[in-house]
Design a protein around this ligand. Structure first.
Ligand code: NAP
Length: 488
C-alpha cells in the first residue's frame, strides 16, 4: 500500500491554481472547489475555480504565444514533446498515485494509463517532423499547385474524468506537434492530474502560453465566452454524447474545427467457432479495463447459442477468481471504486432495471457497505432486449449477456445502437473475420482481442460516438488546415 506520507508528498507537489502563462495563478476572486477521493469520500485538495474572465485570460496567453509557436521549427517542437515523454515516464509513479487518488481506479490501471498517455508525446514528437504538403503541375498546363499545411490556431480541449491523463495527452501531443497552442479544461472531478501535467510541460521547456489549464466547477459558463471569441479556432472534446452535441452547437457560432470523441456502447460478440478461453480473457479486459469506466468498454456480450453456457460459466469463474475489489492504492486491488456516488448509483440503477425486467444476476449485483463508491464485478444472464443496460453506456464493471442464433442476428444486434465507437468479436474463421469487420458500424473493430487502444492507430467513432481521430498519422491532421497556393 502507498503510505499516507507518500500520498501527501505527491499531492503537495501539484499546483492547485489555474495554469496560465506558465505558472499557477489563483482564480479571479480567489474561489476554489474540492476534489475528493472515491475510495473513502475524503477531500484531497482545493483547486482554483476559474471564472469566464479567467478563460479569456488563458485565451489571451494562447493567442499571444500562437505565432511564435507555429514558427518554432518542427524539430524543436518535437524535442520538447520528447522531453515531456521522458519526464512523464520518469515520474510515472507520482502520476499513477495522483490519478488513483482522484479517480479511484486500481493503481495498476493508473500505471498503464501513464504509459499509454506518455506514448502520445513520443508518437507526436515523431509526427511533428513529418507534416507534408504537395506540389504538382496543373493538368491543364496553366499553372502549378502547392498544397501546404498550417496549424489551425489556438485550440480548446475539454476532457473527461475517466482517463485524466491520456485523454489530455492525446490532444496536447498532436496540437503542440502541429504548432497549435492549447487550453485544456479537465473534468472538475479529476483536475489534479492535468494541473501536474501542465507544470511538467513548463519544466520541459514548453514556452509560456502554449499550454494552459483552467479548472472549474461550472464548465458551461466558464467556457462560454471562448465560443464567442474569433481568436479560438478549434474545439477538441472527449466526453458524453449529450454534452458533445451541445458543444457542436456552440462551436457553430464561429465555425470552429471540431473533433468529438463521445460515448460508446460496444458489442462484444462471441461466435460459435471462437476460442472460448481467449474470448473470456479478452472479455475480462474489455469489460474491466479502467473498472469498466471506458468509452471502449464492452457494454453488451452477444454470444452465439452453442457456446453460451461455456462462455458464461467461464466468465463468471474468471470474475470470481481474479477480481479483487478494494481501494485503488492497495497493490492487491484489481477493481477500484467508481469515480463518484452518482456514477455508482447510475450503474446500480441499470442493474436493478435489468433484474426487474427478468435478467439473472450470476455474480455481483449488490452495492457493498461504504465508505467509498464501490460496485462489484457483475455478470447478468438472460437480459431482455428492452433492458436499459443494453441501450445505455454502463460505465461500470457489469457484463450483460444476450444469446443470438445466426451470424446475421449477431451482427444486427451488435449494430443495434445509436453509438459506433468500437466493436469486438471472437472467431477463428478468416472469411467471417472479413465479413463481420466490414459489417460493424463502428470506427474501430477488435478481432480476437479485448483492448485496441494504441497511440499509433486512429482512435475514434462514427454515428453518435462522434467524428475526428486521435492518434496514428491521422491525429495531427485534426490540428492542421490545408492551404492551396496557385502559382503560374
Ligand atoms: P461529460 O459529462 O460529457 O464531461 C466531459 C467534459 O465536458 C468535462 O470536462 C465536463 O466538465 C465538460 N462539460 C460538461 N458540460 C459542459 C458544458 N456545457 N460546456 C463545456 N464543458 C462541459 O463526460 P464525463 O462524464 O466526464 O466522461 C464520460 C463520458 O466520456 C462517457 O460518455 C465516455 O464514453 C466518454 N468518453 C469518450 C471517449 C472517446 O474517445 N470516445 C474517451 C473517454 C470517455 P465538468 O467535469 O465540470 O462537468
Amino acid at each position: 500500500m502507498v503510505s499516507v506520507a507518500e500520498v501527501s508528498e505527491v499531492v503537495k507537489k501539484v499546483p492547485t491554481g489555474l495554469w496560465i502563462g506558465g505558472r499557477a495563478v489563483p482564480a479571479t476572486g480567489g474561489a476554489t472547489f474540492a476534489v475528493f477521493n472515491p475510495a473513502d469520500g475524503s477531500e484531497i485538495a482545493q483547486v482554483a475555480d476559474a471564472t469566464p474572465a479567467d478563460a479569456v485570460r488563458a485565451l489571451d496567453t494562447a493567442v499571444a504565444a500562437q505565432a511564435e509557436w507555429a514558427a518554432t521549427p518542427a524539430r524543436e517542437r518535437a524535442e520538447l514533446l520528447r522531453k515531456m515523454f521522458e519526464l512523464l515516464t520518469e515520474r510515472a509513479e507520482e502520476f499513477a498515485v495522483l490519478m488513483t487518488l482522484e479517480m479511484g481506479k486500481a493503481i495498476g490501471e493508473s500505471r498503464n494509463e501513464v504509459r499509454y498517455g506518455a506514448e502520445f508525446f513520443r508518437w507526436f514528437s515523431e509526427e511533428a517532423v513529418r507534416v507534408h504538403g504537395r506540389f504538382q503541375q496543373a493538368p491543364s498546363g496553366t499553372g502549378r499547385i502547392i498544397v501546404a499545411k498550417d496549424p489551425v490556431g489556438p485550440a480548446l480541449a475539454i476532457t473527461p474524468w475517466n482517463f485524466p491523463l491520456a485523454m489530455g495527452t492525446r490532444k496536447i501531443g498532436p496540437a503542440l506537434a502541429a504548432g497549435c497552442t492549447m487550453i485544456v479544461k479537465p473534468a472538475s472531478i479529476t483536475p489534479l492530474t492535468m494541473l501536474a501535467l501542465a507544470q511538467l510541460a513548463t519544466e520541459a521547456g514548453v514556452p509560456d502560453g502554449v499550454l494552459s489549464v483552467i479548472t472549474s466547477s461550472h464548465s458551461g459558463a466558464v467556457t462560454a465566452p471562448l465560443f464567442d471569441d474569433d481568436r479560438l479556432r478549434k474545439l477538441t472534446f472527449t466526453g458524453s454524447t449529450e454534452v458533445g452535441k451541445k458543444l457542436v452547437v456552440s462551436s457553430a457560432k464561429k465555425l470552429l474545427r471540431t473533433s468529438m470523441e463521445l460515448g460508446g456502447n460496444a458489442p462484444f460478440v462471441v461466435f460459435d467457432d471462437a476460442d472460448i478461453d481467449a474470448a473470456v480473457a479478452g472479455a475480462m479486459q474489455a469489460k474491466l479495463r479502467n473498472g469498466g469506466e471506458a468509452c471502449t468498454a464492452a457494454n453488451r456480450f452477444l454470444v452465439q447459442r452453442p457456446v453460451l453456457a461455456e462462455f458464461t460459466e467461464k466468465l463468471v469463474a474468471a470474475m470470481a477468481d481474479s477480481v479483487r475489489l478494494g481501494p485503488g492504492l492497495d497493490p492487491t486491488t484489481t477493481l477500484g471504486p467508481l469515480v463518484s456516488a452518482e456514477q455508482r448509483d447510475i450503474v446500480a440503477a441499470l442493474v436493478d432495471d435489468a433484474v426487474a425486467a427478468g435478467a439473472k444476476v450470476l455474480i455481483g449485483g449488490e452495492v457493498p457497505d461504504g465508505p467509498g463508491w464501490f460496485y462489484p464485478a457483475t455478470v447478468l444472464a438472460d437480459v431482455p432486449p428492452n433492458a436499459r443496460i443494453l441501450h445505455e453506456e454502463v460505465f461500470g464493471p457489469v457484463a450483460p449477456i444476450v444469446a443470438f442464433d445466426t451470424e446475421q442476428e449477431g451482427i444486427a444486434a451488435a449494430n443495434n445502437t445509436e453509438f459506433g465507437l468500437v466493436g469486438y468479436f471472437y472467431t477463428r474463421d478468416l472469411d467471417r473475420t472479413m465479413r463481420v469487420s466490414s459489417a460493424m458500424r463502428t470506427g474501430m473493430v477488435g478481432v480476437n482481442r479485448g483492448v485496441i487502444s494504441d497511440p499509433a492507430a486512429p482512435f475514434g467513432g462514427v454515428k453518435e460516438s462522434g467524428f475526428g481521430r486521435e492518434g496514428g498519422v491521422e491525429g495531427i491532421e485534426e490540428y492542421l488546415n490545408t492551404k492551396y497556393v496557385a502559382l503560374t
